[in-house]
Every structure is written in C-alpha cells, then in structure tokens.
Design a protein around this ligand. Structure first.
Ligand SMILES: Nc1ncnc2c1ncn2[C@@H]1O[C@H](COP(=O)(O)OP(=O)(O)OP(=O)(O)O)[C@@H](O)[C@H]1O
Length: 245
C-alpha cells in the first residue's frame, strides 16, 4: 500500500500539498484529476522520492520512500528525460541497466504497437512520439506501483487510444496504477477509482461507480460543477473524503 499521512509540501510559502492523507491499494487504477496547480504532480513526485515533503509521511509497504521503494515504484514525469543522442533502442538499454524489473520483450512489443522503430533517434521524434516512448519505457517495468503523469498530453486521438490500450495490455493486475490527466473522459474506461484534488487537498475520492451512484452524475459533471463555481455540487456539504479508499 502506498500511503500519504498528513503530508504537507511547501514551495516558497505556497502549499502544493496541504495535510494530504490518502492510501492507494494494489490492484486498482486511480485517476488523479484537478485543476492546474492542484498538487497532482507533487503528490506523485513525493511517492517517487523526487520531492522531499515538509511534514507528514509517505510510505510504501510501511517503508519510508527511499532506495528500496524506488525498486518497486515507477514514475513517468511530464518532463522529457532522454538524451538527444540516444536511439530508441538505447533508451531500452538505459532502462534495462537501471531497473531489474525492466521487461525488454514487453518494451519491444509496446514499441511495435505504438509504431516506433528502435533505430529512430530521440532528437528526431515529434513531441507525441517522444511521449509514447516515455510511456512504453515506463510501462515496461514490472513495477508494483506505476505512476503516469499526464500520459495523454499532446497526443493525437489515435495515439491516445494506443496509450489507453497499452496501459491495459501492460498493467499487472496486482499493480497500483496512478494516472493524472485533464482528459478524464478518455481515461474513464480503464480507471476504477477517482482522486479529485484542489489546492493540495482532496475534495473527492473513492470508487468510481460508487461516486457516480452516490451523486447521480458523471465524474466530468461533478468536476465542472465543483470547479466552475457556477453551481454548488452536493459533495462539499457531504464530504466523502475517506482516507482509506
Ligand atoms: N519546483 C517547484 N517550485 C516552486 N513551485 C512549485 C514547484 N513544483 C510545483 N510548484 C507549485 O506547486 C503547486 C502544485 O503544482 P503541481 O505541479 O503539483 O500541480 P498539478 O496538479 O500537477 O498541476 P498541472 O495539472 O498543471 O500539471 C503549484 O502552485 C505549483 O506552482
């Protein structure tokens, strides 16, 4: 279980995470949604050990995030992180050298599925192709927790379908998968839990079907109502936040 307990992260006086408590269980796919700057990336970076929190704790299987947890947690950031001189096959080798759980045959098959050839140079890739490469590499780790930050960003419609299919193909049924996205409708077929954030805190989280039934609305409608400020959604009066999903 990946667990955040009363986690606060402050950047220059601004709270990116504000007393955040939540647990992520294995075998579930979580959609992280919320407006720009609501703390989704900071939460994932804290779990990946890339951001040190100010107060509270982040643990994986009761271990603090550190060298051991990094063996089990894969994270794809929004930033590009390959060297221009590399070819796609070098990216696979780079991952294989770094991560014991990297599955080279899965990488080859995801590349083929995404129509990326191993001898293409990273610097020659379009931004959408580079994004697919990042996703293929991240999904090729047999990690227990897989976190994808904005995997659908900047990808054309067919590419987004390929990515959704790749997540379905590659995902270990016992893994914990966290996916942040502003394109919730496209993620909806593969996620079973929703985590909605604002200002570094949870505003709504739980099982997708249960939330839809509870409010009688789609997640997109709840999101619009909450963040547009036009109408008052039901959930602020009836806070559903439950620290153990
Ligand atoms: N390295 C940093 N230095 C200073 N402030 C930061 C840094 N990283 C994030 N922040 C701030 O922390 C807050 C949360 O940012 P974060 O990137 O976690 O949000 P997000 O929900 O992922 O946003 P988006 O949907 O735009 O990706 C924002 O106010 C952001 O400006």
């Amino acid at each position: 279980m990946l667990k955040f307990e009363h986690v606060t992260k402050v950047y220059g006086g601004k709270k990116a995470l504000n007393d955040l408590s939540i647990s992520f269980q294995s075998g579930h796919v979580y959609a992280l949604v919320g407006p720009n700057g609501s703390g989704k990336s900071t939460m994932m970076k804290a779990a990946a050990g890339l951001v040190k929190v100010n107060t509270g704790s982040v643990t994986y299987q009761d271990m603090p995030i550190g060298v051991e947890s990094k063996k089990h947690i894969s994270y794809m950031s929004t930033e590009p992180f390959y060297y221009d001189y590399m070819k796609i096959r070098d990216v696979g080798q780079f991952y294989a050298d770094f991560f014991e759980d990297f599955d080279e045959s899965r990488f080859a098959s995801l590349l083929q599925f995404m129509q990326l050839t191993p001898d293409l140079k990273v610097k020659a890739l379009s931004s959408g192709m580079a994004a697919k490469l990042k996703i293929a590499a991240t999904l090729s780790r047999n990690a227990e927790v897989c976190m994808l930050d904005e995997p659908l960003n900047g990808i054309d419609l067919i590419g987004r379908d390929q990515i959704i299919q790749s997540i379905l193909r590659a995902a270990n049924p016992n893994a914990t998968i966290l996916i942040s996205s502003h394109l919730f409708d496209e993620l909806e077929p593969i996620v079973d839990h929703i985590v909605m954030m604002a200002n570094g805190s949870l505003v709504l989280e739980g099982e997708l079907e249960e939330i839809r039934t509870r409010y009688g609305k789609s997640i997109s409608d709840l999101y619009r109502e909450y963040f547009s400020g036009v109408s008052q959604p039901a959930f602020p009066q009836n806070p559903p936040v439950n620290p153990t999903v």
